[in-house]
Design a protein. Structure first.
Length: 306
């Protein structure tokens, strides 16, 4: 009888230990595993990077993309605007348990000079032309100084253009007339027959010919062309009047995409919107007052992409 009791006690002890082992194994198996892959076709800034989540046994995800952006999406696709190395951290959680993993991604600097104009209506990616170095360098200088941050598109005309860059617009009261401000200097004109006022053209505003016969540009104010579609007869008339000639491709662009060709060789074109043309249409369609100022302020932030 004593041996039998000892046997039963031993079996109970073994069963208890096995139960603990099963619980431990079960707990371990429920711990999340954090892991992800990176899909990056274009390495030049700005670029969208797709992160493919391969985590296991996880219910929640927290991403830190290393540039100030975060997300709780399962498979996020953040946009990296600047070049550099970024440490991306993924935290995968299941209840109170969490595991993290990280990878370093690299974003190359763009070959071209690019800026991004950010607004509440969306962002516009703009290429600055090397053919207009004075305007290009001045725009970059002011942007790096934060000159344009929080300024308005203070003059908006549907079917024509959207204009901004007056420093007086930063703290302007409602109904205040704008359009005369600047950094205190002008920029010599840099006309180039290959750079024309097609839709999305970034051009320098300026004072009129009577007080500015050299057609020098404002030191800070610019406009982005919306324009309208042109037909061949209109373009021929402008060619005769201005003594210029549009190439076959330029003519095609004006006819298919639109623009303001009557401004060619009058105002310096120094850039082109290459992504976000729809943002121009959105801003151009806002309600304006009698001075073409939007009734609700449309503000900008501009950054140089490096």
């Amino acid at each position: 009888m004593t041996g039998s009791n000892n046997l039963h006690a031993g079996c109970r002890k073994i069963g208890y230990l096995l139960a603990l082992a099963c619980i431990a194994i079960g707990t371990s198996c429920n711990r999340p595993v954090s892991q992800f892959l990176v899909s990056q076709e274009d390495t030049e800034a700005p670029t969208n990077v797709e992160f493919i989540n391969q985590s296991e046994k996880a219910e929640g995800f927290e991403w830190d993309f290393g540039d100030g952006q975060t997300s709780d999406d399962i498979n996020p696709t953040p946009r990296y605007v600047r070049s550099g190395d970024y440490t991306v951290v993924l935290s995968a959680s299941n209840g109170k348990k969490a595991r993290t993993s990280e990878q370093i991604i690299h974003v190359d600097a763009p070959d071209e000079t690019l800026v991004e104009i950010r607004t509440s209506y969306g962002n516009m990616l703009v290429k600055l032309y090397d053919e207009t170095p004075k305007h290009r360098d001045n725009f970059i200088k002011l942007t790096n100084e934060g000159f344009y941050d929080s300024l308005m598109f203070h003059r908006v005309i549907q079917g024509f253009m959207i204009q901004g860059g007056d420093p007086g617009s930063r703290n302007a009261r409602r109904g205040q007339q704008l359009g005369s401000g600047g950094p205190g200097y002008q920029i010599p004109a840099e006309f180039d027959s290959t750079l024309i006022h097609v839709k999305g053209a970034l051009s320098a505003a300026r004072k009129g010919d009577q007080v500015n016969p050299a057609k020098e540009s404002s030191g800070s104010q610019f406009y982005i062309v919306q324009g309208s579609l042109m037909d061949e007869s209109q373009l021929k008339m402008i060619e005769r009047r201005k003594g210029i000639h549009y190439s076959e491709e330029q003519t095609k662009t004006y006819m298919q995409e639109g623009g303001t060709p009557f401004l060619d060789m009058e105002y310096t074109v120094f850039g082109q919107v290459i992504d976000g043309l729809q943002v121009i249409d959105k801003i151009a369609s806002v309600q304006t007052d009698g001075m073409d100022r939007p009734q609700d302020d449309v503000r900008m932030e501009i950054i140089v992409i490096k």
